[in-house]
Write a protein that binds this ligand. Structure first.
Ligand code: TYD
Length: 221
């Protein structure tokens, strides 16, 4: 495989989706052969799983963190086999919105042990990992406020927001786990401060990605 695999991670409301598309546009303009995808939902199977994952609470049944984890991994296994690896084999730059680090952060924060997470990663991914991962870091108080404001379609003030303490504590755990990933794997992971203006975050991301592509000798037009 000669392409390069880049992932973008971060808590909800960190601006990840906006930044993925801005990065994709820059990479397209620079002439890189690009494939953009996401987890969950980058394949037909994934789209089905995504629907289940995002809507299952309507059924009233609480899923165990392990059940949830296996669904994310079913999505990932299919995504790697049918989308990511084939694109890398065609020398593409593959940019994916969330990957294994999301399972490590989110399902880990729900109580799945690192040992189980590590074991499943080994069984399914067998050493396959991103060449570069960008983690958009932001205080969950700020990011959840953004989500809340977006959901209401207006600029809610902090006092007006209604996310509960439990959700906040969960997202704080998720954030700490992302920070731990960045600390443990500095060769792969770049931490991006996502609190600032969208343009500033975009510039920081572009510096990290263009520097990386340059170092790896990966060429655009
Ligand atoms: P999504 O709508 O894609 O959220 P976002 O725009 O913030 O990426 O929903 C994905 C949700 O799934 C998000 O809450 C993170 C969660 N998730 C996990 O818990 N584990 C995983 O392995 C992945 C890929 C996502």
């Amino acid at each position: 495989m000669t392409g390069l695999f880049i992932t973008m991670e971060g808590v909800e409301g960190s601006g990840k989706s906006t930044q993925i598309w801005r990065l994709a546009e820059r990479l397209n303009n620079a002439g890189y052969p690009l494939l953009v995808s996401k987890e969950p939902g980058g394949t037909k199977l994934g789209a089905e799983l995504r629907r289940l994952l995002l809507a299952h609470h309507e059924s009233g049944e609480v899923w165990s963190p392990e059940a949830e984890l296996l669904l994310f991994y079913a999505d990932r296994a299919q995504h790697v086999a049918t989308v990511i690896r084939p694109a890398l084999a065609e020398d593409k730059l593959v940019l994916v919105d969330r990957f294994e680090d999301s399972s490590w952060a989110y399902q880990g924060a729900k109580g799945v042990s690192d040992a189980k997470l590590g074991h499943l990663k080994e069984v399914v991914l067998d050493g396959f990992k991103p060449d570069l991962t960008l983690i958009l870091d932001m205080d969950p108080i700020q990011s959840l406020m953004r989500v809340e404001a977006r959901n209401r379609g207006l600029g809610a003030s902090f006092q007006e927001t209604r996310f509960d303490q439990e959700a906040l504590e969960y997202h704080q755990k998720v954030r700490l786990r992302f920070l731990e990933i960045a600390r443990k794997d500095p060769g792969r992971v770049v931490l991006i401060q996502a609190q600032g203006a969208v343009e500033d975050v975009e510039t920081a991301i572009w510096q990290a990605v263009s520097g990386f592509l340059h170092r790896r000798g990966f060429k655009g037009i």
